[in-house]
Design a protein around this ligand. Structure first.
Ligand code: TR5
Length: 143
């Protein structure tokens, strides 16, 4: 019984550390889950799409409105820290799309835009994305 208990605790510990492990993962340019969403291989709740940009609801929302805005073509943008001057246009378009989607979502009292970068920034998917969060009072400083 003791052994069983110890094993169960170990499993729970593993589950709890899953997120941290993902966050601590080294940045990588391997395909991500977002490629499958872009290619419609897996479903997503898409709220905006054009030739360059896709916006869809986060699967684990941290606010009543939580939308991810991504470039369809990653083109080396595994995170904001890998941006180069050639990315300026798409970066501007992503921000502008965040504004459009915020309006579409009726976030008239404000919202927050977040880009997590690398392990310290809690980035878990290495395909640049903007988080658009709204529908509740945000706190500052963030955690
Ligand atoms: O942690 P960062 O900043 O990299 O943000 C990645 C975000 O992707 C998290 O907020 C996740 O909740 C979100 N995410 C992860 C998956 C996923 C998703 N949003 C929508 N649909 C998703 N699918 C189908 N699969 C995921 N693994």
């Amino acid at each position: 019984v003791i052994l069983l208990l110890l094993f169960s605790c170990h499993l729970v510990g593993l589950m709890a550390s899953e997120k941290e492990a993902a966050l601590a993962a080294a940045p990588s340019d391997s395909p991500t889950i977002f490629d499958k969403i872009i290619n419609k291989q897996i479903p997503a709740n898409i709220v905006y799409e054009d030739e360059q940009v896709l916006a869809f609801r986060d699967i684990a929302p941290q606010a009543p409105t939580h939308i991810l805005i991504i470039p369809k073509l990653r083109d080396g943008l595994i995170g904001i820290s890998t941006a180069e001057e050639r990315h300026c246009e798409i970066l501007g378009r992503l921000l502008y799309t965040a504004k459009l989607v915020a309006k579409q979502e009726g976030l008239k009292d404000g919202f927050r835009i977040v880009i997590n970068d690398g392990p310290n920034g809690c980035q878990s998917v290495y395909h640049l994305h903007i988080h658009l969060l709204g529908g509740r009072q945000m706190n500052w400083p963030p955690g």
